[in-house]
Structure formats: C-alpha cells, structure tokens
Design a protein around this ligand. Structure first.
Ligand code: S3P
Length: 444
C-alpha cells in the first residue's frame, strides 16, 4: 500500500489596497541563537518574543534532546532556558532531526564538534541537498571528527573530539552561518580563533556572545575570540524579523494604494539591505520610533504604496539582504524598467535555488527574466495568472503570494507547507492587511 501524503497550496487572488498596523513575529536567526547560548550558559535565561517557527523549534528540540530543560514557548512566545554550562550537554539517544533548518545544522555543528560525545544530525529532503563542506572543512582544520555524506551534504556525523585547536579562518564566502559555526567551535578550542569575512554578514552571534558575557573582538570584517570562556545567563528580547517584514514591505509598496505600519522590525545594520535596495527603487518608507530591543536596534516602519523603478543592486547589499531576494524580485517585476542583480551565487544554495525558482515562476506569470550564474535581470511588466512551484521553499511561496496584489488573475502556489518554518502566521497577517489568500490541503 502506498502512503498518502498531503501538501499545502496557496490560492492568491488579486487584492488591495494594503492598509493596517501589524506586529512582525520574532527574528529567526536571533531565536535560534538565543536557545543555543542560553543552553550553554550558567543560570536561567528568559527569552521574550521567540519565533515559534518549525526551524527554531528544531533547535530547541535538539537542546532538549541533549538534556537542557526548556519551558515554552508560551502563548506570548516567552521561553525559559535552564542553562547547563559549556560542558553540561549530554549525549542524545538518537540522531538530532533539524528538519529544513540550515541555521540549526551549521551552527550546531560548531557546538557539537566541541563535545565529548558523538552525535549525528539529519534533515529533510531540501536540507539534504545543501552544501555542508563549508562547515565541515574549517571544523576538520580545528581537529574535529566530523564528516558529511557523499556529496558534502547532510547527514553530518560527529565523533567525540580530542581538544579542538583554534584557527585563523578567512571565510571563502560571505556566510553568517559559517562564521558562527567557527566562532562557536572556537569557544571550545585551545587558543585564539579569528574569522575574516569577505563581506559583512549578520552579526547576531557576535552581539549575543557579548550579551552572555563572552569576550569577543570585532574589527571591521574580522572577529576574534579566545577558547575556554564561559557564558552567563541573561534575558533576551527578540526583535521582529526584518526578513518576514520584507514580504509586507514589498506588499505595501506594490499595492495600488494604501499605507501599512509594521511594528517591532529589527533594524540591525547587517540586515537592512532590503531597505537600501527598495529606497534605490524609489520606495516611500518612513522609519519611526527607533529604539533598542536588548542588544538589537528596532523601529516601526510605515510603508506607502509607491510606483517603483528598476535599479542595479549594489554588491555590498547582497549579504545584507540575502534572504530578501525572492520578495525583492517581485518588487522588480512590478517596477518600471530593469532590475539587475549580480554576485549573488549564494542564492542558488538556499532552501531552493532561489534564482532559478523565482525565474521559473516569474516567467510563468509573464515577466521577462534573464538568468546568470550569479544573478538575474528582471524587466518589470504585468503579472498574469498561473500555477507556480515554490519548490518547498518558504520564501518563494510567500513572495509569489504577495505578487497577487498586482496580478491579472489568481496565482496558485504549490508546496507551501514550509512557510511554517519561518512565518507560521503569514497568511493570517496577509489577509488582515488586505491580501486575499486561501489555503488548500491537497492529497497526493
Ligand atoms: C542565517 C544566515 C544566512 C541566511 C539564513 C540565516 C543565520 O545564511 O540565509 O536564513 O542565521 O546565520 P548564510 O550564512 O548561509 O548566508
């Protein structure tokens, strides 16, 4: 008997105007790190505004499986973690299943490499295609007993390490996940670990190390720490995720009319590439109530419907907007003229090949695209109607969902289940502000 499986389809109908006042859920990157650092800290940490998405819950479950007591998230997304200290984790009894989450597997590999027990990490079909040598190589240089499957993909197998040794590691690509992996392993290594990045990437690990009292020196694109330190419990307030906010920033801009207020958006300078890019396209966005949420800057954004114009995206904005390109491509499809992106080959190794997945969907919807190895040219035009494949990628699904604001008919988007990995309340919030998205469970 064959087992029946099901998947989620979105039906997104033309809609608008986009108006309202919504609060953006917690940042995925910061939520992951808050569980990791709080687990390894001495004492009890309280986390406010945790993102209860599947990816962050996978990180939480991994630490529970290694003996950490964690309560929550409760209905207000508060989490309490009773830290076990740097050497208090216990061996998991089975493989740690991190699902779809690249951040879980890559950051955890740095922590697990420093433990005195063996472990294995497994993931879903999409994660099983993603490159892991980028973390395996530096960890092996540090003396870790870690290996990937043939092809350099998950599962990752880690045997108990003898003492790790610090390295001086120039990152081959601008990746906060690889940077963080090496820094986390560096806490368990003898000596001084130095990571240099080719372009500035998100610095949440560095900020959170400091918040938990672990000395770390940041000098431009160079981060240095000494092994053998300790983390001390603290309280973390997670800001709203600018990557989730982006779907609403672009929705508010491309809508025929309206203005949309987004509360509690993380404004870390290493994450605001999307604002730089849409401003270059002529966006009318006000940034108000700038303040701090713990160690991270936040603000409220007021987004006004704007006729955008195409632009050449600056190379420096690529790592600062790396998760935002599916939505930015929709902005480009609705803009006057051509938008050009280059030096973005990293997009090909995300939850899907985001250059190809977006180009395929945009072409189905009547938009002209030229694909390059490291980027794309998109000529703005009239979005039509059709069925597009999200390739199980949460951000491709949400990007095409908002594109319906400017389409001539319904857009059907296949395989949208993974929206729950990063933004479980996306459809609810979208419909609240004026989109028209229905969801259908399809048996296969
Ligand atoms: C993340 C870093 C980015 C990003 C991912 C989250 C992080 O990946 O795409 O969604 O939390 O460090 P890379 O570091 O591979 O660019």
């Amino acid at each position: 008997m064959t087992q029946q499986s099901s998947s989620l389809t979105f039906h997104a109908k033309p809609a608008g105007p986009v108006n309202g006042d919504i609060t953006i859920p917690g940042d995925k990157s910061i939520s992951h790190r808050s569980i990791m650092f709080a687990s390894l800290a001495e004492g009890t940490s309280h986390i406010r505004g945790f993102l209860p998405g599947q990816d962050c819950l996978a990180t939480m479950n991994a630490f529970k499986a290694m003996g950490v007591e964690i309560q929550g998230p409760d209905e207000n997304n508060n989490v309490v973690v009773n830290g076990v200290g740097m050497h208090g984790l216990t061996a998991p009894t089975q493989a740690l299943d991190v699902g779809n989450s690249g951040t879980s597997i890559r950051l955890l590999s740095g922590i697990l490499a420093g433990q005195s027990f063996a472990s294995e990490m497994i993931g879903d079909e999409s994660l099983n295609k993603r490159p892991m040598m980028r973390v395996v190589t530096p960890l092996q240089q540090m003396g870790a007993n870690i290996s990937a499957a043939d092809g350099g993909t998950p599962p990752l197998t880690i045997d108990a390490a003898s003492q790790l040794k610090a390295i001086n590691y120039p990152l081959p690509m601008a990746s906060a996940q690889v940077k963080s992996c090496v820094l986390l392993a560096g806490m368990y290594a003898e000596g001084t670990t130095v990571v240099t990045e080719p372009g500035i990437t998100r610095d949440h690990t560095e900020r959170m190390l400091k918040a938990f009292g672990y000395p770390v020196a940041v000098d431009g694109n160079k981060v240095t720490l000494q092994g053998g330190g300790k983390l001390t419990a603290c309280d973390i307030t997670v800001p709203g995720d600018i990557s989730s906010a982006t779907f609403f920033i672009i929705a508010g801009l491309i809508a025929e009319q309206g203005s949309l207020t987004l509360r509690n958006v993380g404004m870390n300078p290493t994450r605001i590439g999307v604002l730089n890019i849409v401003r270059k396209m002529g966006a009318n966005i006000e940034i108000i109530n700038e303040r701090k949420a713990g160690d991270e800057p936040v603000a409220d954004l007021v987004v006004h419907a704007t006729q955008l114009k195409g632009c050449d995206i600056d190379d420096a904005d690529v790592p600062l907007a790396i998760d935002e390109f599916p939505a930015i491509f929709i902005a480009a499809a609705c803009a006057k003229g051509v938008t050009r992106l280059r030096n973005a080959e990293e997009l090909r190794v995300k939850e899907s090949d985001r250059i190809q997945a977006m180009a395929d969907g945009l072409e189905i919807l009547g938009i002209d695209c030229t694909v390059f190895d490291d980027g794309i040219d998109i000529t703005g035009g009239q979005l039509t109607t059709g069925t597009v494949d999200s390739q199980h990628d949460h951000r491709i699904a949400m990007a095409f969902a908002i594109s319906s604001l400017r389409s001539s008919g319904t857009i059907h988007i296949l395989d949208c289940d993974n929206v729950a990995t990063s933004f479980p309340v996306f459809v609810k919030l979208a419909n609240e502000v004026g989109l028209n998205i229905t969801q259908e469970i399809v048996n296969e």
